[in-house]
Design a binder for this molecule. Structure first.
Ligand SMILES: [Zn+2]
Length: 60
């Protein structure tokens, strides 16, 4: 089984975390445009991953 989605989710999380660590403008409470972009990507991957997990647990 391919797990690209989960890998992308992890990569996006790492991407965002690395940016936040390096970026002086980003914090828990506010993000610069690049940080926001990475956060949005992470959220989308997370939502897709969670949705897939739910679908697998509750097949219709
Ligand atoms: Zn930033």
């Amino acid at each position: 089984m391919s797990d690209d989605l989960y890998q992308r989710y992890l990569d996006a999380a790492t991407d965002y975390r690395e940016h936040r660590t390096a970026c002086t403008h980003c914090s828990l409470y506010r993000r610069c445009p690049e940080g926001q972009q990475r956060w949005t990507t992470f959220e989308q991957c997370q939502a897709a991953h969670i949705k897939r997990v739910h679908t697998q647990r509750n097949p219709r």
